[in-house]
Design a protein around this ligand. Structure first.
Ligand SMILES: [Ca+2]
Ligand SMILES: [Ca+2]
Length: 173
């Protein structure tokens, strides 16, 4: 055997050792790459959800909420968009109060801008709006001076919910 070269056994041992060293490392790389992609997606999703909530926050508490009259809880409108208000005209054109966003969904389309233009097909948002008890914030069947708004953002490929933001809008009598 040539003392200066490597024997077949030595080469085989070297390959086995390299494999043992490299493979776990590759796993780590794969996992951390996945984690990075995931956290980037989560970051995007949370921004989309916040963006929509900020839009909702700019709206009136209720359809009947105006400066000219001062309605109390019994006079508030039913949850949902109101007569003549069509989402297809763009959220910003027709929707003027918080609960117009009731059951809003971008599932099947993707993130939509104010005028209905789709700008990210990898995510979608959903909104729920309901009256809750003013003090306990528990769900209520009647009307109250508090509305609960839930904005969620999902990834379209995995149907996974990335974020859910809850906001309570309170209207003093
Ligand atoms: Ca409205
Ligand atoms: Ca409404």
């Amino acid at each position: 055997m040539d003392e200066k070269g490597f024997s077949l056994i030595e080469i085989l041992i070297a390959i086995v050792l390299l494999t043992l060293v490299i493979f776990p490392f590759m796993d780590v790389v794969t996992i951390s790459t996945k984690a990075t992609i995931d956290s980037k997606k989560r970051f995007k999703a949370s921004n989309y959800a916040k963006e929509l909530l900020e839009e909702i926050k700019l709206k009136k508490f209720d359809e009947k909420d105006s400066k000219s009259d001062s309605p109390n809880s019994g006079d508030w409108s039913e949850i949902g968009s109101d007569t003549g208000e069509d989402e297809n005209n763009g959220r910003n054109n027709d929707w003027d109060d918080i609960d117009d966003y009731y059951e809003y969904t971008e599932e099947g389309s993707g993130i939509k801008g104010l005028e209905g233009n789709i700008y990210d097909e990898k995510f979608y948002r959903k909104v729920e709006v309901k009256y809750v008890e003013d003090d306990s914030l528990e769900d209520t069947v009647g009307k109250s001076n508090t509305k609960k708004v839930i904005v969620e953002c999902y990834s379209i490929d995995k149907k996974e919910k990335y974020i859910e933001i809850i906001w309570y809008s309170k209207k003093s009598k």
